[in-house]
Design a protein around this ligand. Structure first.
Ligand code: ADP
Ligand code: MG
Length: 345
């Protein structure tokens, strides 16, 4: 067992040296950890995203293993790069180490960073290490390349609305963590917790949609087959509203079409809550919402599923702007404004 005291003896530079040994450098980074700044190869159109994670706000040590936390911290950033139509190149990690952190925890965390970096073919190319008087804090910045960035503002009236994967799984996983006495079938529990702790950024899916080279980022078809995209991190209803506002359109969503996994439905039924509500308002799904010209939608759907195995569902369409940004259409034809999403404050 390595004590916090040993962490103290190792010091900042000892720690960085250990982490450096855990990390591999991949194409696109000329000089990674070790100098005053990283040196990258030139990019066509650099895109940058960052995300902060604070213990007890965004994760709990008793719920999340450090390796999964490391993977998730990288995945959520790569999800933003994917949603822009980019490929990730380098990640930078600022870590504020609290008094409860030990070397074992930090090495597992970095093992998770490296696993995800390998999955998405990026390099951890630097960061900063500071002390926190209380909790662990992480900030991750990812730099990517998007020769033709796909914005939230590009949706056109007549486009179809596509979503990858299933919605609500992460919220269902969180509900299981919050209600430990609840019994659900083991396979459902394992699946939902994994979706909550270790989401996959839909990078390969976006690259398939755009027919994009994962190496050069070049698109096979210009203009791109996707007119607008975002990753669903705060719930479909709210995130779709962002897209509608940016694109000056309204989005109609067919409630009956929303892809909800059997595990999510089963868990909602056991808890007596609405799986639809998790799908619309639960956070952290990290699925992609895509707007695609209607004549291309079938091709895009097929390309994604063929390349990745991920299901893609048409859930609605872009219509001329009305007073409601997002309109839910129920099977009986009833229409309702979708309301708002989870707010962090
Ligand atoms: P400086 O004092 O010049 O800012 P540091 O001593 O903070 O440099 O960092 C030394 C090297 O280690 C740099 O390349 C930096 O990017 C890297 N680094 C520092 N902290 C981390 C970290 N938490 N994760 C990855 N790389 C780090
Ligand atoms: Mg320096």
């Amino acid at each position: 067992m390595i004590t916090p005291n040993q962490l103290h003896h190792l010091g900042e530079f000892g720690l960085i040296a250990r982490w450096r040994n855990q990390l591999s450098q991949r194409a696109g980074v000329r000089l990674g950890i070790g100098d005053d700044a990283a040196v990258l190869d030139s990019l066509q159109v650099p895109i940058v995203t960052c995300d902060g994670l604070v213990e007890k706000v965004h994760f709990r040590r008793d719920w999340t293993a450090p390796r999964a936390l490391g993977r998730k911290a990288i995945s959520v950033n790569v999800s933003d790069i994917a949603a822009m139509g980019g490929r990730p190149v380098a990640a930078f990690i600022t870590i504020a180490i609290g008094p409860n952190d030990d070397l074992e925890f930090l090495e597992e965390l970095y093992a998770g960073f490296e696993e995800a970096a390998a999955d998405y073919n990026l390099s951890i190319a630097g960061g900063d290490t500071v002390r926190s008087p209380t909790e662990l804090m992480l900030n991750i910045t990812v730099i990517g390349d998007a020769p033709m960035p796909i914005l939230r503002s590009g949706a056109q009236v007549g486009d179809l609305l596509l979503v990858t994967g299933t919605l609500g799984d992460s919220a269902a996983g969180l509900a299981l963590l919050q209600n430990p006495s609840l019994t659900v079938p083991a396979a459902a529990g394992t699946y939902l917790l994994q979706r909550h702790h270790d989401p996959t950024a839909r990078l390969a899916e976006m690259q398939a949609a755009l027919q994009m080279s994962p190496v050069t980022g070049q698109l096979a078809s210009v203009p791109p087959d996707v007119t607008a995209a975002l990753d669903i991190s705060d719930g479909l209803a709210g995130d779709a509203a962002h897209m509608a506002e940016c694109s000056l359109v309204s989005l109609e969503i067919e409630v009956a079409q929303l892809p909800i996994s059997p595990s999510c439905q089963e868990t909602a039924a056991i808890m007596g809550v609405s799986a639809l509500d998790w799908a619309l308002r639960g956070g952290e799904d990290y699925e992609l919402l895509l707007c695609v010209p209607s004549h291309l939608a079938h091709d895009v759907q097929e390309r994604i599923t063929k390349a990745t195995g991920t299901q893609v569902t048409v859930i609605g369409r872009c219509v001329p702007r009305t007073s409601d940004a997002v309109i839910l259409i129920y099977p009986d034809g009833t229409r309702a404004a979708a309301g708002s999403a989870f707010s962090h404050f």
